[in-house]
Design a protein around this ligand. Structure first.
Ligand code: AKB
Length: 321
C-alpha cells in the first residue's frame, strides 16, 4: 500500500471529527492533518494528532500545507449546509464552490493521488422522483446548497475526465451522530431530538410529522466514505457522486422509536422554512450502483441507531464552551 498522508479541510464539523479519527486509525495519527477555520478545534482532533488553523478559501495556504507536509490525499469537508445557505446564498455559493474549484486545481498541480468531496441528497429537487430516487435522474435542486453540490459534482467529473484526477464523492443523506453536532442543515432535527429527549423529555420538530427523508447513522457514513476511497478505481462506474442510502423515516417514526426506550417522551410539530426544503428532497434513495460497484451495505437500522444514540448521549460529559 502506498503511504498516504491525508489533509482534512473543515475537520471540526459533524463529519470531519469522526472521519479524522477513523483515518488516523488507518493511516496513523501523525499522517492525518486536521484543519479548520475555527480557532478552537474540537478536542478530539487535538488530542489524537496534528491540527492547524486553515481557511478552505485560502489556496496559497492549502498549497503550502500540501507541499510542506507531503500530502497525498485531501478531504474537503468545509461547507455551508442547506438551511444556513438559504439565509446567505452568495456566501454559501462562495464557500462551497470556490473551495472546491481551487482545490481541484491544486490537486492537479500537486499531483495528489486522491481527493474526497461530499455531495448530498440536496442535489435533488421537486421534479425528481421521490421514492427510491435513482442515481441518474431529473436533477433540479431548489436550494443554493443543492445547486452548489450539483455543480460541484459536475466539476469533479470534469476534472476526472479532463485531467485524470481521482476525485470521489457521495450524496450523503441526513447524518445522525452524537460526537459532534450538525450545523445549519434541514435534517438536523434527527440529532436535536435525541438531546432534547434526554434533557427535557419532549421535542418540538421543525419538520411536520410525516416528512420522510433519507437518513444514515454516522458509523455507516464514515465506513462508506472509507470504503469508497479504498475501492479500486476500476470498480467505479460513475464520477458523479454516488447515491448512498441506509434509512428512511419521518419525525413521527423517529419519535416512536425513541418512545420505545423512553416511554414518557413526547413530540409536537411547528414546521418552519426548512419544511419547504425537506419537501423538495427524496423520501428514500436507490443506492444500487454503490452496492454493485463497491459493495456498499449499511449496518444500522432505525432501532439500532436510536439505541446507540440514546446510550452515547446519556454518557456524554457536559462540554465546556
Ligand atoms: C442538510 O440538511 O443540509 C444536510 C444534507 C442533507 O446534506 N444534512
Amino acid at each position: 500500500m502506498t503511504k498516504e498522508k491525508v489533509l482534512i479541510i473543515g475537520a471540526s464539523g459533524q463529519i470531519g471529527v469522526e472521519l479524522t479519527l477513523a483515518l488516523r486509525h488507518i493511516y496513523g495519527n501523525s499522517n492525518v492533518i486536521a484543519t479548520d477555520i475555527r480557532e478552537t478545534p474540537h478536542p478530539l482532533l487535538t488530542e489524537s494528532g496534528p491540527y492547524k488553523q486553515l481557511d478552505a478559501l485560502n489556496g496559497a495556504d492549502i498549497t503550502a500545507c500540501i507541499k510542506n507536509e507531503g500530502i497525498t490525499q485531501v478531504h474537503l469537508l468545509a461547507a455551508l449546509l442547506s438551511a444556513t445557505g438559504e439565509k446567505m446564498p452568495m456566501k454559501a455559493w462562495d464557500i462551497n464552490m470556490t473551495s472546491l474549484l481551487q482545490l481541484l486545481d491544486i490537486a492537479v498541480q500537486q499531483k495528489l493521488s486522491k481527493v474526497y468531496w461530499p455531495s448530498s441528497i440536496a442535489v435533488f429537487g421537486n421534479t425528481t422522483p421521490v421514492d427510491n430516487t435513482p442515481q441518474a435522474t431529473v436533477i433540479e435542486p431548489k436550494t443554493v446548497y443543492g445547486i452548489s453540490k450539483y455543480a460541484g459534482e459536475l466539476w469533479c467529473q470534469y476534472y476526472y475526465n479532463r485531467y485524470g484526477l481521482d476525485v470521489r464523492s457521495l450524496r450523503y443523506p441526513g447524518l445522525i451522530s452524537w460526537k459532534t453536532p450538525p450545523g445549519g442543515g434541514t435534517t438536523d432535527y434527527a440529532v436535536d431530538i435525541f438531546h432534547q429527549a434526554i434533557q427535557t423529555g419532549t421535542y418540538t420538530s421543525f419538520l411536520s410529522e410525516n416528512t420522510f427523508l433519507p437518513m444514515m447513522y454516522m458509523d455507516d457514513a464514515i465506513r462508506g466514505t472509507i470504503e469508497l476511497m479504498e475501492a479500486p478505481a476500476s470498480c467505479l462506474s460513475t464520477r458523479m457522486a454516488y447515491n448512498i442510502g441506509a434509512l428512511s423515516f419521518s419525525p413521527k417514526q423517529l419519535a416512536e422509536a425513541i418512545a420505545k426506550k423512553m416511554p414518557n417522551f413526547s413530540i409536537n410539530y411547528a414546521p418552519d422554512f426548512r419544511q419547504q426544503i425537506a419537501d423538495s428532497w427524496p423520501n428514500s434513495i436507490d443506492d444500487s450502483l454503490a452496492r454493485v460497484d463497491w459493495k456498499w451495505q449499511p449496518k444500522f437500522d432505525l432501532d439500532a441507531m436510536t439505541e446507540d444514540m440514546l446510550h452515547n448521549i446519556k454518557n456524554l460529559a457536559p462540554v465546556a464552551h
